[in-house]
Write a protein that binds this ligand. Structure first.
Ligand code: NAD
Length: 477
C-alpha cells in the first residue's frame, strides 16, 4: 500500500520523497510506503478547501449530518480491515485497535446527529419588536494535525465536529499513522462529501509545519501531539490571530490510598500504565502510594505486571505490543537506562525474544525523588515510577507537582477523600477507582496547565471550538 494525497476530491501522488513503513511488531515486514508532500502541495489542499467552504457551510446541518452517517456506516463495514492496518502500522494490540475503530464509529454517529440539534439561543431584547438570537457559524478552513498513537479516534473526534459545523478540512496525520489515514480517506471518499470538503495531505510535520502555520490561508488549527510541537504551533497561530487548540503531553498520576480496594487498583494501574505500551497521553506514569500499604501494594503490582503478555500486536493475547517506531524505541530505551542507574527497578518484564520488533517490557521503578526526570518528563512508553506518600495530603501535593495537568486517578473507598481529590487535582480529567486513561466520546476531553491550550475536545465542547458565535438582531416593525 502507498499513500496518496486526497485534494479537491482527486487522488494524487505526493512528490517530496518517500518513507518505507515497517511493522513495529516484526520489523522485517514492510507494511507500505509513505509518499511525502511538499509545502506547495499543502497549499493546494488549503486552496481546494477554501473553494468549497461556502458551499459546504451553506448546506443544511441535516445534509452534512447525513454525510457523517454514511462515513460511520462505511467505517463500521470496514472496521476489521482498518484495525488490522493500524495495528500493523503502529503496533497497538488488535483488541484495543478494534475498540478504537468502534469509538470512531460512535463519534461519527454522535456528531452526525448534531446536524439537526439547536445551534443557538433566542435572547430577549430590551427593545420592543426586536428579535435577537445567537447562532453558531462555521469558521472556514480548518487544519487538523494528528498524532500516531490514536490513528483513528483522534482524527475522527476532530474531523466529525469540524465538518458538521460547516467547515472544510485539511488533515495532516502523523507519519506513523498515514497508511491508516489514507485508508480512512478512501472510505470517506464514498460518503458523498462535495470534492474539497475533506482533504488529506501526507507529510512530515517538520517539513510542512512552517507552510501550514505561517503561509496557509487557514481559519483555525486543531493539533494533538507533543508539548514541544504544540507550543510552537500555538505561538505561530496566536501571531496570526488564527483560532487554535493544542492538546499535548501528560504525566498522569494514580494515587492509591490505604483504604483502596487493592485488586481493583492493581488492575487499573497496570492497564493505565501498560496498555498501548504506555503510549497514551492519559497513560499512568506516576503511581503514588500511601505509606501504610506501600509494600503490600508494590508486591501485588509486581506480581500482576509479571503476568502481562508482551506480544506481536496482531496476537489476540497481547496486553501490550511494541512501541510504535524506531525513534520511540530509542527515546524510551534512554529512560530505561536512566532508571537502571538512578532508580531501583521493582519489576522488568522480559520482551519476547523470538520477535524482531521494537519491544520494551513493562517497567516499574522506585527510589527516585519527585524532582527526577523520570517523575517529571513524559516518557510515553511502558515505564512507570512509584512514589511513597505519608498520607492523603502529601499524595495530592505530589500528584499536583508537575507542569502537566491532563488526567489523574485516586483509588480509595473513602467518599470524603474521593471528593477532595476531584476538587483539588489540577487536571482536566479526574477519576475515582478508574484508570487514568479513557474518556467517553460525549464528554469533554482535555488538559489543564501545560497539557492543553485550555480548550476542550469531544462532546459539546468540540462544537464550540469549530464554530464562531454570531449574535443576530432584527427590528421587524
Ligand atoms: P508530535 O508533536 O511529534 O506530532 C504530532 C503531529 O504534529 C504529527 O502529525 C506531526 O507530523 C506534526 N508536527 C510535527 N512537527 C510539526 C511542526 N513543526 N508543525 C506542524 N506540525 C508538526 O507528537 P507525536 O509523537 O505524534 O504524538 C505523541 C505526543 O502526543 C505525546 O506527547 C502525547 O502525550 C501527545 N498526545 C496528546 C493527546 C491529548 O489529547 N492531550 C492525545 C494523544 C497524544
Amino acid at each position: 500500500m502507498e499513500t496518496r494525497n486526497w485534494i479537491g476530491g482527486e487522488w494524487s501522488t505526493p512528490s517530496a520523497g518517500e518513507v518505507v513503513v515497517r511493522n513495529p511488531s516484526a520489523i522485517t515486514e514492510t507494511v507500505g510506503k509513505l509518499r511525502l508532500s511538499s509545502g506547495a502541495e499543502l497549499l493546494q489542499a488549503v486552496e481546494a478547501a477554501r473553494r468549497v467552504w461556502r458551499i459546504w457551510g451553506k448546506m443544511t446541518g441535516a445534509a452534512r449530518g447525513e454525510c457523517l452517517h454514511r462515513m460511520a456506516q462505511l467505517l463500521e463495514r470496514n472496521s476489521e480491515e482498518v484495525a488490522q492496518l493500524a495495528s500493523r502500522e503502529m503496533g497497538k494490540p488488535i483488541a484495543e485497535m478494534r475498540g478504537e475503530v468502534a469509538r470512531g464509529v460512535q463519534l461519527l454517529r454522535y456528531y452526525a446527529a448534531e446536524g439537526v440539534r439547536a445551534n443557538g439561543d433566542v435572547i430577549p431584547s430590551t427593545q420592543p419588536n426586536v428579535m435577537q438570537y445567537s447562532k453558531r457559524v462555521p469558521l472556514g478552513v480548518v487544519a487538523i494535525v494528528t498524532p500516531w498513537n490514536f490513528p483513528v479516534a483522534i482524527p475522527i473526534w476532530k474531523l466529525a465536529p469540524a465538518l458538521v459545523c460547516g467547515n472544510t478540512v485539511v488533515w495532516k496525520p502523523a507519519e506513523f499513522g498515514s497508511l491508516t489515514a489514507a485508508k480512512l480517506a478512501e472510505l470517506f471518499s464514498e460518503a458523498g462529501l462535495p470534492p474539497g470538503t475533506l482533504n488529506l495531505i501526507i507529510g512530515k510535520g517538520s517539513v510542512l509545519g512552517r507552510t501550514l502555520t505561517e503561509e496557509a490561508a487557514i481559519d483555525a488549527l486543531s493539533f494533538t501531539g507533543s508539548t514541544a510541537t504544540g507550543l510552537m504551533i500555538g505561538a505561530a497561530c496566536a501571531a496570526r490571530n488564527i483560532k487554535y487548540q493544542t492538546e499535548m503531553g501528560g504525566k498522569n498520576a494514580a494515587v492509591v490510598l490505604k483504604d483502596a480496594n487493592v485488586p481493583i487498583a492493581v488492575n487499573a494501574v497496570l492497564s493505565g500504565a501498560f496498555r498501548s505500551a504506555g503510549q497514551k497521553c492519559t497513560a499512568t506514569s506516576r503511581i503514588i502510594v500511601e505509606d501504610a500499604i506501600y509494600d503490600e501494594f508494590v508486591q501485588e503490582l509486581a506480581t500482576g505486571a509479571l503476568q502481562l503478555q508482551v506480544r506481536n500486536a496482531l496476537d489476540e493475547r497481547a496486553y501490550l505490543g511494541p512501541v510504535a517506531s524506531e525513534e520511540q524505541f530509542r527515546i524510551v530505551t534512554g529512560y530505561v537506562e536512566m532508571a537502571k542507574t538512578d532508580g531501583r527497578t521493582v519489576v522488568a518484564v522480559e520482551a519476547p525474544e523470538a520477535e524482531q520488533g521494537y519491544y520494551i517490557g513493562p517497567r516499574i521503578i522506585d527510589g527516585v525523588d519527585p524532582g527526577h526526570a523520570l517523575v517529571q518528563e513524559e516518557v510515553f512508553g511502558p515505564l512507570a515510577v512509584i512514589l511513597r506518600a505519608a498520607n492523603v495530603d502529601e499524595a495530592i501535593e505530589l500528584a499536583n507537582r508537575t507542569v502537566f495537568g491532563l488526567s489523574a486517578s485516586i483509588f480509595t473507598t473513602n467518599l470524603a477523600n474521593s471528593f477532595r481529590f476531584l476538587e483539588e487535582m489540577d487536571a482536566g480529567m479526574v477519576r475515582v477507582n478508574q484508570e487514568t486513561a479513557g474518556v467517553e466520546y460525549q464528554a469533554p476531553f482535555g488538559g489543564m496547565k501545560g497539557s492543553s491550550s485550555h480548550t476542550r475536545e469531544q462532546g459539546q465542547s468540540a462544537l464550540d471550538f469549530y464554530s464562531a458565535v454570531k449574535t443576530c438582531s432584527i427590528q421587524y416593525r
